[in-house]
Design a protein around this ligand. Sequence first.
Ligand SMILES: [Fe+2]
Length: 356
Amino acid sequence: MGNIIEDTVFAPLQNISEPKWWTGTPAIDPARFVIDGNDFRVSGAPLEPSDALATKMRQTFHDVGLVHVVNTGLEDLQAMRLVATQVLTKQRKYEGGANPRNKIQSNVYEVGAPLEAWLHYHHEMAYIGSSTKMLGFLAYKVPSEGGSTFVSDNVQATDQILATPFGQKLKERGLCYHRNLTDRDAFKDVQEVGVYNHWQQSMMTEDPDEAIAEARRRGLDAEWGENRSLKTRYTASAFEFFEPLDRNLLFSSMADDATWFDTWPLVQHLAPDERPLKLTFGDGSEMSVEEKQQFLDVYDQFGIPINWQVGDVALICNYRFAHGRPAVHLKDGEKRELGVLIGEDFERLEALEGKW
Ligand SMILES: [Fe+2]
């Protein structure tokens, strides 16, 4: 007892609370981003792509960075996809994913995270040099209660964080993303304890030399660790320049820290340093618990729930919004399945001088 190591093992990150997701009032009036599918379909018939719908969706995405199409009458994923791709016209081939994503159907991925885990607000693929401009979600199976996705108005979150000493530290020091990818071969006949993503899946190769080469192509420092785990490091700005607003926006969150795993089965028991992800400042210095809490809270203050009905389609700008969700608790016979579309990729510019 009293042993520091044991205390660490049994009390990981207890000081950081579960996200609150929003204040109870949406940070942006839903009237600005919800599109009623009934206005664009013949009554009784499911929603189909049309010029009028495309114009409305594109204008809304341009103005707000968020589109939620409701009352579509759709149940088929590919039909929902045709609505979404009126805005999300280019799809990225999914690479280097945080999550071991699988395809539900052609060009449609699953979220790739256990339902009992909450998923902190995050920007998709902030941890590699090549990210994506937007995401699409397709509501395929929806539970009777809960199961909402939340988005956070990142423009307001950026202003808020920059007004704090922590935000200024983020601006000056940047961030380092530490990742440990496990070896699939080491888990052939054993339970996948402590596993988030195997390097074979993340780097899409079985060849260790090719895996290292791929990591470096993605702008990561990479080296082999114990048990043939692949350790990668990526140092980058906590912000990203967004050309349409001509300013830098926050582009990082606690989702890339060890705290991401606080509610993940088979990972949550690990001490922070043993978990598959960890976030420090760019110079390697640790963030304090208070700073991590601030990082978490800032997105909660500008949250907006997206309450799904089957057939809903949402498009989310990856610069202007962060997204996440609370844990999902299903009743007997219920499912929650969202199709995910990953939009066009871009090479990160990081923060630009004078664009604050
Ligand atoms: Fe995501």
